[in-house]
Design a binder for this molecule. Sequence first.
Ligand SMILES: Cc1ncc(C[n+]2csc(CCOP(=O)(O)OP(=O)(O)O)c2C)c(N)n1
Length: 608
Amino acid sequence: MGSQVKHEDAAKTKSRAAESNIRPLMGNEAIARGIWEAGARLAAAYPGTPSTEILENVAGYPDGEIVAQWSTNEKVAFDVAAGGSFAGVRSACVMKHVGLNVAADALMSQTYIGVNAGLVVIVCDDPGIHSSQNEQDTRIYAKLAQVPVLEPSDAQEALEFTRLAFEISEQFDTPVIVRSTTRLSHTRSAVLMGERADVPVKPFNEAPAKNVMVPAHARQRHPELFKREAALAEYFETSPLTKWEKGSKEFGVITQSVAYTYVKEVLPEASVLKLAASHPLPENALREFCASVKRVFVVEELEPIVQTALKAMGIAAEGKEWFPRDGEFSPELVLRGFEAAGIVEADEHEEVVTATPIARPPVLCSGCPHMTSYLALRAIDARVAGDIGCYTLAAIEPLNSIDTCVSMGSSIANAVGMAKAGLNERPIVATLGDSTFLHAGIPPLIDAVYNNANITVIILDNHITAMTGGQDHAGTGKTIRGTEAHRVDFEQICRATGVEWVKTIDSYDMGTMYRTFREATEHRGVSVVISNRPCVLDPVKIMGPALRVNGAECIACQSCMNLGCPSLTWSDEWHDGHHKVQIIESTCIGCTICAQVCPSNCIQPVEA
Ligand SMILES: Cc1ncc(C[n+]2csc(CCOP(=O)(O)OP(=O)(O)O)c2C)c(N)n1
């Protein structure tokens, strides 16, 4: 009896221990955990929503176990990780979907090389464009690069698939993509965590014919990709990762990633073939599944990758007829699709009540140092080629002063093209942030000088990557783990490219800013202005006394309102048929920009 009690105690302790390893993790935290558990020793990334928290969480593990570093852009991050793989340590790089465009050149050759130690590329897609410039589907890249793409459907799988990705990478000598999406990356669910694998460092693989991609070697390597792809397809044929959940023979659903969870919620009893990867596809499993049901549906977010493959196999699969090719899926959307397809009766479900929230356009922060540059650019009537960062908000009211925005780093070369095309009736100005300049702004600046373009470049240096939540970069002087690092000197970089006219100004000094912009745009050739002030969310931000409007003297001219500062609101008082202005003192950081643009001098510090 006594020993039995002890037994129970031991069992309870064991199950409590297992329970204590269960945590509610965000998909991104689970991916970071998967990288660490896989025994990876190197991870590099460039921030981008929805992927940013992955490297931030990797950096939470001890430095002695895994190197974590922000790279200047995604191609650099990819190449750093590939370098780690060459050196024999499991390595990962992390990026958002558009980051893979930047890294694609390296991926398309690394795929010929394969790996030494495991090489995993984590890419987070953004169906629905919550925070991106487009909603491209990474699975197409996987097909193009002939590499597997693992698609977890919840946080538990995010951890497990990431771990597994390193195994697959080494077993099949291939980079492996793990694809998340915004919904998975940012949703929390219970995850059973494991231990960190102890993976020995491999020696460098002395194999120039494999590692050096010159034409003679690449020609030899290309056929290897076909063999590898076939072997991977076979792996997914037989792996329990490809899961057949049997149900009615009337119809069957093929799905993967978070779409799987929506299908299970809407049709819990249906026949489902859950794929772990949309590339390479397990053709026999697909054929067998499709033959077992009368109608086949493919529920996949974004592109019809699996549906098209089935059609090429001669299988009449339905999918994009009922589920859209753009936007993010949800259980409601999947339900509506099956309803339209005649699978679910319209009255079989309760009416879904959707509440439309009041539209609240995004705004720059109170005292954001970017505001002044765009006010000044409007005043000099500049044609502005914009870029990607917080400052892109200047494209909308009230600043309304950006004419184009394409992709990271496009602004400078767009401006060069406009100038060369003869669009010269207004000054042509490119604006981009410090992180964006380092990411992809330097080659086009060199191009501008080399080709003697008549443009002005404004680098909005707020000492941080603000848009994605405040990450460090080579211009901040700190690493991801907070240690001191060399700080890039933006003026010196510009001068080294050959720009002769370079000035740094204080973003909060409006008078100097107007004069400097005018001077810069009158200069023939390339001029650069560095508008310099830390982001208001940076820990070193300036916090002056809040400002207050003296209502009696406000002439309701609305000059300050053109800034779009959220601390400025209309008051209940009127002047000449227009609202006077007041300041929300609790959010005002005392930057004084509004006081500087006030013609009646009615804005003063609260203490004065
Ligand atoms: C290729 C690519 N990588 C990453 C991103 C995500 N992203 C958008 S803007 C930005 C950088 C913003 O920093 P910065 O240029 O310094 O401007 P700030 O937001 O600080 O004003 C990043 C990383 C992206 N849109 N595209």
